[in-house]
Structure formats: structure tokens, C-alpha cells
Design a protein around this ligand. Structure first.
Ligand code: CO8
Length: 259
């Protein structure tokens, strides 16, 4: 069945797929159906050998303005528990291929949290980031207190989470939340370019390197180093390691096959 709230663009660059959140009238508010469609699309692309990196965007006005408040407003705690919407987020988190967020306009609440689930972030000058849940009488629930704090530090995270203040793209870049800021007309193009660069590397090395970098967020230094070393050794079992090093010695570009 065709998804209703996302659009999947295949091969926007060699080995790069693009998923666009597409509920423009609601500023891409993340309702349960949209999140389910996104989870399913990412699972498919993660298994597709023709895809090596994924770009996730909204539109110029909004990446996503958060969870769908209208869908949540009347829910009880038990409804929320039974719906278990975060299992969708847990599946998205397990995507092995890198996801590059292309952000313009609002990235708020669950939208900011979804963006932080991505591996790199390219933002337009008009992007605004925030965790305004506090203004609704709740708090972030999809990683906002954890990933934001790890990215920007306690002082700014506390301020954003406790006051709901939005920060600009410039401030977000200075704080280390995002990779780069570009003029609005270029945000998608730049994200695709960055994804294309990653997609030209050896796919197994990219996946294992992503896994190892993410490991840094939930383990000790010693365990992380051990994990890194195992992945490093494992890559010597790949044909692409032989090809990459041979190509270097022969002074030619490598031809990576993902094996
Ligand atoms: N949910 C539902 N509808 C929304 C949302 C949202 N989060 N954001 C905007 N909309 C709708 C508006 O209701 C409006 O619809 P309508 O035309 O039918 O009234 C339409 O989108 C356009 O919005 P505005 O008219 O408000 O546009 P403005 O440009 O005036 O304002 C803002 C833009 C500032 C972004 C404003 O819309 C706003 O404050 N939105 C809510 C932001 C917010 O509070 N987000 C946090 C939501 S809670 C959350 O994310 C919890 C996450 C935890 C788990 C995540 C699970 C997915």
C-alpha cells in the first residue's frame, strides 16, 4: 500500500534515497500513521542494496512541529501505555544505514527528537529547534532530555526543555546540535550531497562505523574501544577492505561493492 503521509524518492543521487514527511497543512505533525509509515520505509530502504544512505526531510516551512497534539490531547496514561508508540522509535533507531536530516523551518518537540535520531543534520538558515512540550504541561518523551543534553550540554538543554525557547540554526550549530547551516534554497541539495559522499564509501564500513559512534553514547570508554576494535577487525573480512587498500596502492578510485 502507498504511504499517505510520506513520499519516498529513490536514487536522488547514486545509492541515496530520500524520505519526505508530507503532512504540510499540519506542519508535518507526527501522528501514529506517519511514524508507522516512516518506520516501514526505513526498514525497506535499510534492506535495499541499492541504497547506502538516506535523507530525511520535511518541507521548507517545517521539518516537523512535533507529535500530533490533536491526536494526543484526550489520551489517558493507560491509552499512551497501550499504544506503545515508542516501539516505532526503537525500530527506527536500529536503522543501520546513515540517515541525514535535511531541516528547514520548525523542528519542534517530537520533530526535534526525530531529527536527533538521525546521524547528521543539515539545516537551512530558517530552521528553528525547540522542545516546547513544557508549554503543553508535559515534557519530551522521545529522547529530548537525553539526546539534546548529550548534544548541546546541560545549560542549553535545561533552558530549552524548561522554557520551551526555540533556538536558531546559528545557535544550534554553535552548540553542536547540527552539522551545517546553508541558505534555505540549498538545504535539501546539501543534505543529498552529504549523503552522496557517505554513499560513495564502503557500505559495510559505513554501517559498522555508525554503530561504533552511536555506541559512544551508551557505554564506558573501555567498552566502547573494545566494540570499535571488534568492528575494525571484522572489516578485514570484507572484500571492500581489500579493494579500498589495493586501490590506494594502485593510485585509483576504489570500486566498493558492499561485500
Ligand atoms: N500537532 C498537531 N497539529 C499541529 C501541530 C502539532 N504538533 N503543530 C502545528 N499544527 C497544526 C496547527 O494546529 C494548524 O492547524 P489548523 O490550521 O487546522 O489550525 C497548522 O498546523 C498550522 O499551524 P499554526 O497555524 O499554529 O502555524 P504558525 O505558523 O502560526 O505556528 C508553530 C507554528 C509555532 C510551530 C505552532 O504551530 C506550534 O506551536 N505548534 C506546536 C509545537 C509543539 O508544541 N510541539 C510539541 C508537540 S508535543 C511533542 O512533540 C511530544 C513528543 C513526545 C513523543 C513524540 C511522539 C511522536
Amino acid at each position: 500500500m502507498q504511504p499517505e503521509f510520506i513520499i519516498i524518492h529513490q536514487q536522488v543521487a547514486p545509492y541515496v534515497a530520500h524520505i519526505q514527511l508530507n503532512r504540510p497543512k499540519e506542519l508535518n505533525a507526527l501522528n501514529l500513521q506517519l511514524m508507522g509509515e516512516l518506520r516501514d520505509a526505513l526498514k525497506l530502504l535499510d534492506a535495499d542494496e541499492q541504497v547506502r544512505a538516506i535523507v530525511l526531510s520535511g518541507n521548507e516551512k517545517a521539518f516537523a512541529a512535533g507529535a500530533d497534539i490533536k491526536q494526543m490531547a484526550e489520551k489517558s496514561a493507560i491509552d499512551m501505555f497501550n499504544t506503545d508508540q515508542f516501539s516505532t522509535w526503537d525500530t527506527i533507531k536500529r536503522t543501520k544505514k546513515p540517515i541525514i536530516a535535511a531541516v528547514s523551518g520548525f523542528a519542534l518537540g517530537g520533530g526535534c527528537e526525530l531529527m536527533m535520531l538521525c546521524d547528521m543534520i543539515v539545516a537551512s538558515e530558517t530552521a528553528r529547534f525547540g522542545q516546547p512540550e513544557i508549554k503543553l504541561g508535559v515534557m519530551p518523551g522521545a529522547g529530548g532530555t537525553q539526546r539534546l543534553t548529550r548534544a548541546v550540554g546541560k545549560a542549553l538543554a535545561m533552558e530549552m526543555v524548561l522554557t520551551g525557547r526555540f533556538i536558531t540554526a546559528q545557535e544550534a550549530q554553535q552548540a553542536g546540535l547540527i552539522n551545517r547551516v546553508v541558505p534555505v534554497e540549498l538545504f535539501l541539495q546539501e543534505a543529498i550531497k552529504l549523503a552522496g559522499e557517505v554513499a560513495s564509501m564502503a557500505p559495510l564500513a559505513v554501517k559498522m562505523a555508525k554503530e561504533a559512534v552511536l555506541k559512544a553514547f551508551d557505554t564506558t570508554l573501555d567498552e566502547g574501544l573494545h566494540f570499535e576494535r571488534k568492528n575494525f577487525y571484522l572489516l578485514f573480512a570484507s572484500a571492500d577492505q581489500k579493494e579500498g587498500m589495493q586501490a590506494f596502492m594502485e593510485k585509483r578510485a576504489p570500486d566498493f561493492k558492499g561485500q
